[in-house]
Design a binder for this molecule. Structure first.
Ligand SMILES: [Zn+2]
Length: 704
């Protein structure tokens, strides 16, 4: 609830002091924009926009009026001064005389009138901020305002709820038409403190930052109170009695996302297989809603505001029960997705035909499912996109239920939704360009707390994958996780503690990872331990332990991944981190060499058996990888001291000894192993069952 103003004079002064190099008015703009951005009942992820107008001197000393408006797609919650784009007001104001403007010319005008050539593109609603005369303008898509506007009698409800000092406009397409509509309305009713645009959102304005922000809060809270009063005592939902909630919901949800992910994976026009990341939201009220009589209607009705459509599409797929049997599940999901796709094609073709225009159709796949008992399940080409879709889906469902209790939810028409979805300026927010080779893929790397695991995860993430690292050592795992999250961002890495020697633990963890990410495409069994002893002295218990981690662990992780590969049906890659010792064993290294040879062999069997699923299995034989000061090698922490003692060397001397031992005199690094994992996983050659050494060249260990 956006009930209270959070504007704090002390805070705002601190921010002005912090940004002492920029004008005070802009610092205040940053401050109150963040207040708006942090309130999810006002805006979600880059939605909404704000601006301030300033007078400055140009480089040649001429007086100049500049509009600082939010950059397109910038998230208000953490906006920095650089997130605002400075535009030359005098030039842009002249555009008001135009009857219309093409998208290309609009974009061009906004670009050529930037004060700083390197700034991002301004908000798609920039022109409206240009035309309004007020120093500060705030715009949001507040849930409560949309609950009121998205009704048959929306205008009347808004006026009743918000009082006489506001203006209400019918829906107008963003860009020049909306900007002109807003300024005309302001001129007709200059005392208005806010303008509500039906099916879109609300604009407030004032001469100072605080008043403009507080007007926003004032009117949004008024809308909230009005709704609360009107729906008090009314149930938002009625529970369906014909749906029973299964008891094994957690594993059901995991199976569901794996299947959906597989069914929705598709080839894009360039032939590339596009996979989605998935997000599940099981807040209690969302789960309750998923089991209600209102669920189906809520899924069939359109978005709250057309701005959401590029993130969520306009409709939601409702699944009233998830079959226990995998085959039935796949049939059901395929049928629902096909029907969604057909509707989408039809919507696209009828809209382009009616408008007499030519557009390239976006992919027709759904972005949001509502699953009885599970909640909202969303898809995105990036994890961020899946999260955005999930946040919007949850807010939308709550708003629709309130709207239903208030009257009847009335979404925007398809024609308006289409205009926004296919507006070139809006589509830019999706960001298209060359894709990194593994974008869309989920990789699991066991032994993620060690040097090689770290090197592999690092290279996989750099190649575009989202990586889940696992280890039994929580401390080491957390350390690697934080380095990777710092380097690549929170959404690119997950971590999970499990024991590879325990099949149940592996299976449960893969389920958990599926719920977090959608499934698995790349598996890298890498966890390993070593023990140094001659057979004569080798403790059978130690032997068992090494076999358990290195051989059984590889078997367990491969086995647990197979049902997931099968449900997804989109192939995949298993890259087993084997060892130079498989071909070239060493004395006193019996347990390690034997366990690695066993793991190598089971991997070849996996290559034979999984080819029919399109899953390739390859092995990497590294040697003498020490790690660095950030992440050490567990193996070398263990065997290094003995080796050094035996050879009379210090740590640097030991590294040098191994370097001199190989043909290329190369120091072999964890990232070299990571590069090979990326090569195998990126499907560049039809190779399976192969072994690639990463050892600088050791003739006795050449694969044979
Ligand atoms: Zn808007």
């Amino acid at each position: 609830m956006a009930v209270d103003s959070l504007f704090d004079e002390g805070e705002s002064k601190r921010l002005i002091a912090k940004y002492s190099s920029i004008p005070k008015e802009l610092a205040l703009r940053v401050y109150s924009s963040r207040l708006i951005g942090r309130d999810t009942s006002l805006v979600l992820h880059g939605g909404g926009n704000t601006s301030v107008k300033l007078k400055t001197k140009s480089i040649v000393g001429e007086e100049q009026e500049i509009l600082y408006v939010k950059g397109s797609g910038v998230d208000l919650s953490a906006i920095e001064p650089e997130g605002f784009v400075g535009l030359d007001l005098a030039s842009l104001r002249k555009l008001r005389i135009l009857e219309s403007i093409s998208d290309e010319e609009m974009e061009n005008q906004l670009r050529i009138h930037k004060v700083r050539a390197s700034s991002p593109d301004p908000s798609v609603e920039a022109l409206l901020h240009v035309f309004l005369p007020h120093r500060y303008v705030d715009h949001t898509h507040a849930d409560s305002i949309l609950i009121l506007t998205n009704q048959n009698n929306g205008k009347k409800l808004v006026q009743e709820a918000l009082g006489s000092k506001i203006a209400v406009l019918p829906y107008i397409m963003s860009g020049l038409p909306l900007a002109k509509g807003i300024i005309e309305e302001h001129e007709r009713f200059p005392e208005a403190e806010a303008i509500v645009l039906l099916n879109h959102g609300i604009f407030t304005f004032a001469e100072d930052a605080k008043t403009s922000y507080e007007r926003m809060i004032h009117y949004v809270s008024k809308a909230e109170s009005y709704i609360a009063e009107r729906i008090k005592g009314k149930p938002l939902i009625t529970r369906r009695t014909d749906i029973t909630v299964p008891s094994n919901l957690a594993s059901l949800a995991a199976r569901f996302v794996q299947v959906v992910r597989g069914v929705c994976a598709h080839r894009s026009s360039d032939g590339r297989l596009r996979r989605f990341y998935m997000e599940i939201r099981s807040d209690p009220d969302i789960v309750e809603a998923s089991l209600s009589r209102e669920a189906q209607d809520a899924c069939n009705s359109g978005a709250l505001t057309p701005d959401h459509v590029i993130r969520t599409k306009n409709k939601v797929v409702y699944i009233e029960s998830v079959p226990e049997d995998d085959k039935d599940l796949r049939e059901l999901v395929t049928q629902r997705v096909d029907s969604f796709k057909n509707d989408y094609h039809q919507y696209f073709h009828s809209q382009t035909k009616a408008k007499g225009i030519d557009r390239e159709e976006l992919d027709p796949y759904p972005r949001v499912f509502l699953v009885a008992g599970v909640g909202a399940v969303t898809l995105g080409f990036t994890r961020k996109a899946a999260e955005i879709a999930a946040d919007i889906a949850v807010h939308t469902l709550r708003a629709k239920l309130q709207a239903g209790a208030l009257g009847k939810y009335q979404p925007i028409s398809d024609t308006h939704a289409f205009d926004m979805e296919y507006w070139s300026l809006q589509q830019k927010k999706l960001g298209r360009g060359s894709l990194p080779p593994l974008e869309g893929e989920v990789a699991v790397v066991t032994g993620g707390g060690g040097a090689i695991g770290f090197g592999i995860a690092d290279r996989l993430i750099a190649a575009g994958a989202v990586v889940a690292i696992s280890d039994i050592d929580e401390g080491r795992l957390e350390k690697v996780h934080s380095i990777l999250a710092e380097r690549y961002g929170r959404t690119r890495v997950e971590s999970i503690v499990f024991d590879v020697t325990d099949y149940q633990s592996v299976e449960k963890s893969f389920e958990e990872l599926s719920r977090r990410l959608g499934g698995i495409d790349i598996l890298v069994p890498n966890a390993g331990i070593a023990h140094v002893a001659k057979i004569e002295d080798l403790d059978p218990v130690k032997f068992d332990q090494v076999i358990s981690v290195n051989l059984k662990g590889t078997f367990n992780t491969i086995k647990a991944s197979i049902p997931i590969f099968r449900r997804q049906g989109t192939g995949g890659s298993i890259v087993v981190i084997s060892s130079k010792n498989v071909f070239d064993p060493g004395a006193s290294f019996g347990a390690y060499s034997a366990s690695k040879a066993g793991a190598h062999q089971i991997s070849k069997i996996a290559a034979l058996e999984l080819a029919e699923l399109g899953v390739r299995v390859n092995m990497i034989n590294p040697d003498a990888i020490f790690g660095d000061e950030k992440v050490s090698s567990k193996l070398w922490d263990l065997v290094g001291p003995k080796r050094m003692k035996a050879r009379g060397l210090d740590p640097e001397g030991l590294r040098e000894y191994y370097r001199q031992r190989n043909l290329l005199k190369a120091r072999v690094l964890a990232e070299h192993v990571g590069n090979v994992v990326v090569f195998f996983a990126s499907d560049q050659t039809p190779t399976t069952g192969a072994t690639l050494p990463v050892d600088g060249g050791i003739p006795t260990a050449f694969p044979r």
